[in-house]
Design a protein around this ligand. Structure first.
Ligand code: ATP
Length: 363
């Protein structure tokens, strides 16, 4: 744990709608300057959580703190937040300038200060020349930037973003996520971001909170949740995973041998997890890009080497995605392409390193 200030804290926060619990007791701490993402499938409670931080929904139980002060009863406009929601549209009858100036006018800032700060915010989102336009004279991407400028111009304690990029087309979205992250970093602004898009979450976050059915499944750095999923849900939701069932046949410290029916014996490394006993049944996760295909076996002493046959090839430019038949299994593999991808029907050596085998308890 670092000793940075916690800007947002949720303590035992619950949200019920009648008999339905949308958010189970939730604890969460967001450090100053951090970019924290709530990631999960539709209906998992991420928007509800964000709405409670915003003051748009009242928690059924628990406390929400901003900069150490309990805000459960503080209305939205007194929480000093910047908000960009998918449906938080710009005011159509106001110019870009007046849209961005809105929060400052509300706070009764001086005219000169408003002009200066709006101009700085428009510079930051790289639309300095658009001040006199109306929202309907802007592209979707430009509108989204103005919404961001409107949110950050008031120098909020927390920036709340709910799928702010989802209305943009794929190219624009990638560009905007780089810019959004850059601006967030430049301003050092504490941010909570909601998305169901795993690549967005991985690319932008300091910390990802994976949610499922109103609960936190796992939280950690993007690398942590990606490479060390602790549940099948997280393994499936983030990335392309192969899930296998096996039984421990031998154990020497952290080095395990695991028999996978229909596949053969796999070597795994239990470092960082609770070492399973001999005979224990386990669920294994192997990421598609952690499996190495080669035409001839490579001389890596600790890797499991299996033999497979290419079933399908999906050419993706720099990489290819294969389904490879190994025993009775069909493994998904994503590998960079050296010269040309393996052809359908080719026999290949399939290598899996022990440390790339993630061990889960069977569910
Ligand atoms: P999405 O990505 O689809 O927005 P989400 O993870 O943000 O999903 P929430 O909007 O937080 O999900 O909703 C969580 C659950 O709470 C859903 O099952 C939803 O139907 C329910 N819910 C949300 N708002 C209400 C409401 N006002 N009344 C009743 N149920 C609600």
């Amino acid at each position: 744990m670092s000793d940075r200030e916690q800007v947002v804290e949720l303590s035992g926060v619950v949200k019920r709608y009648g008999n339905f619990t949308a958010v189970e007791p939730m604890n969460l701490a967001v450090e100053a300057g951090a970019f924290v993402t709530l990631l999960g499938p539709s209906g998992c409670g991420k928007t509800t959580t964000l709405r409670m931080v915003a003051g748009l929904a009242a928690p059924s139980a628990g406390d929400i703190l901003i900069k150490g002060a309990r805000v459960n009863d503080v209305p939205i406009h007194k929480r000093n937040l910047g908000i960009v929601f998918q449906n938080y549209a710009l005011f159509p009858h106001k110019t870009v300038f007046d849209n961005v100036a809105f929060g400052l006018k509300y706070r009764k800032a001086a005219k000169a200060q408003i002009a200066e700060r709006v101009s700085r915010a428009l510079d930051l989102v790289q639309l300095p020349q658009m001040a006199d336009r109306f929202p309907n004279q802007l592209s979707g991407g430009q509108q989204q930037r103005i919404a961001l400028a409107r949110a950050i111009v008031v120098e909020p304690d927390v920036l709340l973003l709910d799928e702010p990029l989802s209305a943009l087309d794929a190219n624009l979205r990638e560009g905007m996520r780089v810019e959004l992250k850059k601006i967030q970093h430049q301003l050092g602004i504490t941010t909570i971001f909601v998305t169901h898009d795993q690549s967005e979450a991985l690319a932008m976050s300091d910390k990802i909170i994976v949610m499922n059915q109103g609960r936190i499944e796992q939280e950690g750095s993007p690398e942590d949740v990606y490479t060390r999923p602790r549940s099948e849900f997280v393994a499936r939701f983030l990335g392309n995973s192969n899930l296998l069932d096996g039984q421990v046949t031998a154990r020497d410290g952290n080095a395990l041998r695991i028999a996978v029916e229909g596949l053969g014996e796999i070597q795994a490394d239990s470092e960082g997890t609770e070492a399973p006993q001999n005979g224990a049944r386990l669920r294994l996760v192997v990421r598609a890009e952690k499996i190495r295909l080669s035409s001839t076996p490579q001389d890596k002493t600790d890797a499991t080497r299996l033999t497979g046959r290419i079933e399908t090839v999906d050419y993706q430019g720099q990489s290819a995605r294969y389904f490879v038949t190994v025993g009775t299994h069909s493994l998904q593999v994503i590998n960079p392409i050296d010269r040309r991808p393996f052809g359908q029907g080719a026999e290949v050596s399939v290598e899996i390193r022990p440390r790339d085998v993630v061990l889960l308890k069977p569910e």
